[in-house]
Ligand binder design. Structure first.
Ligand SMILES: [Zn+2]
Length: 248
């Protein structure tokens, strides 16, 4: 199965419950054990649960771990600024909108990143690999992932939008999620999108493709977006809360 299709079916069911006064997002996945996380970005609680586990069972687990959850949330609320990324085991790193627990494993051999149990990000590096190099190994992995997703997405959207993309590239951009060079029909996408829900990545791509029909963010542009992707405003709002630029 192609990666894009796999991604779409990876999370099969997501629901929300409230325990005490805490919103808990439940994501059902093909995993063996229940996995509870407090998002480092905003303190939300997310439970990844095996398919067969009921909402009530999740509720019991959350109650059971309430003291720990509150402690985490308090710690996050009192944190002066986002923790620096030191690229050490135990950190949370986002991949397609979900938090993964980083585990750094030193070993001889090639550098490698894999996902374990749908919840952990295993980073294999040579002994003594420093923080910067670890970060670049992880970035390279994000880049490989995005490069397998984009062609399938472009193929999906070209006939819908009715345009052809001649060239695309992934860039690390400080102020934009994406850009479109209209005359050369070239789209650049920000590597940071790999940390956001895949719908955001898809939205930015479609947005840039629509620029091949309409240069400005005017009524016409929005009418195209409404027609091609009726829920685009959800993704737009999500990205606008982020520290990156407002401009697409
Ligand atoms: Zn734009």
């Amino acid at each position: 199965m192609m990666l894009w299709n796999r991604l779409k079916t990876r999370v099969t069911k997501s629901s929300q419950i409230i325990v005490d006064d805490i919103d808990v997002q439940i994501v059902r996945k093909n995993i063996k054990n229940l996995n509870l996380r407090v998002y480092s970005s905003d303190g939300r609680v997310r439970v990844a649960a095996p398919m067969h586990v009921s909402d009530d069972a999740v509720r019991l687990t959350v109650i059971d771990r309430m003291i720990w959850i509150k402690k985490q949330q308090l710690r996050l609320a009192n944190r002066p600024e986002p923790l620096p990324r030191e690229m050490v085991s135990g950190e949370q790193h986002y991949y397609l909108g979900e938090p993964y627990l980083l585990e750094v494993i030193e070993r001889h051999g090639k550098h490698e990143v894999t996902i374990a149990n749908n919840t952990d990000l295993l980073l294999y590096v040579k002994p003594g690999t420093d923080m910067d190099k670890r970060a670049s190994v992880l970035n390279e992995w994000y880049r490989q992932q995005i490069k397998t997703i984009i062609p399938e997405l472009i193929q999906k959207w070209e006939p819908v939008v009715g345009v052809r993309v001649d060239e695309w590239a992934i860039k690390k951009m400080k102020t934009r999620w994406g850009t479109c060079n209209i005359s050369s029909r070239r789209i650049w996408l920000n590597l940071e999108l790999m940390k956001k829900p895949v719908q955001c990545l898809e939205y930015v791509l479609v947005h840039e493709m629509v620029h091949l029909l309409e240069r400005y963010h005017n009524k016409n542009f929005k009418a195209y977006m409404d027609r091609f992707m009726p829920d685009w405003r959800v993704q737009d709002a999500l990205l606008k809360c982020e520290p990156l630029a407002r401009d697409l």
